[in-house]
Design a protein around this ligand. Structure first.
Ligand code: C2E
Ligand code: MG
Ligand code: MG
Ligand code: MG
Length: 291
C-alpha cells in the first residue's frame, strides 16, 4: 500500500494489482451506482494567500471510497470514467456536489471559492456552459465563486473547439484556471487568447525549487508574464517551508500543497480553517534546512 503521510492526514490508496484488468472491470461495472450513492465523492484541499496564509478557496479532488478496494485515486477513476462513457455524468455530479458543499459552508459562515477539475473531453461538449449555468441556478451558487481547472494539455489538444466552450463558460461568469501550466506547448503566447484568470504552475517546477543550484529563470518570467496579463499565479505541490519561502519571494499569489494542508473530507475543512495557525513564514526559521 502506498501511503502519503503528513500531519494528521494519511491517504492510503489501495494499489492497483499487477494485472488490474479484473479490478478495472469491477470499477467500470460499479461506477454508475457509486456516483449515485455518493461512494464517489470529493475531498478538498485549501488554496491559501501566499502573503497572509488565509485560505482563499479549496480545490475539489475526486475520491472513490470503495467498500473493498478502499480509497481509489483519480488516476484510476478518470480512465474508467473515460472508457465507460461516464465522464460527462461524473463531471456534472462533481460540479453539483462541490456547489452544494460550498452552499453548506456559506451557511456556516465560511466563504470559499471552490475549484473543480474538468477534463479535455468535458471541454469538447458545447452544452457544458449551459449545464454549469443550470447547476449554479439549482444550488444558488455564485458564478465568480466557482473556478474550473483545465489542464494546459487538455486545451491544446483541440484549441479552437475548446475556445468556444471556454468563452461560453466565461460568459456564464465562472473563473477559469489553467492547471499543470508549463508542461504543454501552449506557454505564454496562448494565454492572451484564453479567457482565464489564473494559472497553476505545474508541480514539477515547484519541486525543482528544492534542488541545489536550481535555476528560476523560467519560473520568474512565467510569473511576471502572467501578472502582466492580469492573471493570478498559484503554485501547487508546495511540500516544504523553504519552497514556500522561495515561491513567495518570486511573487506567487496563492499556495497549495501538503506543507499547508492535505486534501481532506468536507467535514474537516471548517475545523481546519478555524483552528490552524496559518501565519506563513516569510523567511526561514533559524536552523531550517537550506533549499
Ligand atoms: P491536479 O488538478 O493538478 O491536482 C493536484 C494533485 O496533486 C492532487 O492529486 C493533489 O492531491 C496532489 N497534491 C496536492 N498537494 C501536493 C503536494 O504538496 N505534493 C504532492 N506530491 N502532491 C500534491 P490527486 O487528487 O491524486 O489528483 C490528480 C489529478 O487528477 C489532478 O491533478 C487532476 O488533474 C485530476 N483530478 C482530480 N480530481 C478530479 C476531478 O474531480 N475531475 C477531474 N476531471 N479530474 C480530477
Ligand atoms: Mg487541479
Ligand atoms: Mg495541477
Ligand atoms: Mg495534475
Amino acid at each position: 500500500y502506498a501511503a502519503k503521510v503528513a500531519g494528521t492526514r494519511v491517504e492510503v490508496y489501495a494499489p492497483e494489482p499487477e494485472n488490474g484488468r479484473h479490478r478495472r472491470l469491477v470499477l467500470a461495472a460499479q461506477m454508475e451506482s457509486a456516483i449515485a450513492d455518493g461512494a464517489i465523492t470529493l475531498w478538498y484541499q485549501p488554496k491559501c494567500d501566499a502573503r497572509t496564509g488565509k485560505p482563499v478557496g479549496v480545490e475539489a479532488l475526486v475520491r472513490w471510497i470503495h467498500p473493498i478496494y478502499g480509497l481509489v485515486s483519480p488516476a484510476e477513476i478518470l480512465p474508467v470514467a473515460e472508457r465507460t462513457g461516464l465522464m460527462r455524468r461524473l463531471t456534472d455530479h462533481l460540479v453539483e456536489t462541490a456547489l452544494r458543499q460550498q452552499a453548506a459552508w456559506r451557511a456556516d459562515g465560511l466563504d470559499l471559492t471552490v475549484a473543480v477539475n474538468i477534463t479535455a473531453r468535458d471541454l469538447l461538449d458545447e452544452r457544458l456552459p449551459s449545464i454549469v449555468q443550470n447547476l449554479l441556478t439549482v444550488t444558488g451558487g455564485l458564478p465568480d465563486r466557482l473556478t474550473l481547472e483545465i489542464t494546459e494539455s487538455g486545451i491544446m489538444r483541440d484549441l479552437d473547439r475548446c475556445l468556444t466552450v471556454l468563452d461560453g463558460l466565461a460568459a456564464v461568469g465562472v473563473k477559469l484556471s489553467i492547471d499543470d501550466f508549463g508542461t504543454g506547448y501552449s506557454s505564454l503566447a496562448y494565454l492572451e487568447r484564453l479567457p482565464v484568470s489564473e494559472v497553476k504552475i505545474d508541480q514539477s517546477f515547484v519541486r525543482r525549487l528544492a534542488d541545489p543550484g536550481h535555476n528560476t529563470t523560467v519560473l520568474q518570467s512565467t510569473i511576471q508574464m502572467s501578472h502582466a496579463l492580469g492573471l493570478s499565479v498559484v503554485a501547487e505541490g508546495v511540500e516544504t517551508a523553504p519552497v514556500l519561502v522561495a515561491l513567495t519571494a518570486l511573487g506567487v499569489d496563492i499556495i497549495q500543497g501538503y506543507h499547508l494542508a492535505y486534501p481532506m473530507p468536507a467535514v474537516e475543512i471548517a475545523p481546519w480553517g478555524l483552528s490552524a495557525d496559518r501565519a506563513l513564514p516569510r523567511t526561514l526559521p533559524a536552523g531550517a534546512a537550506p533549499l
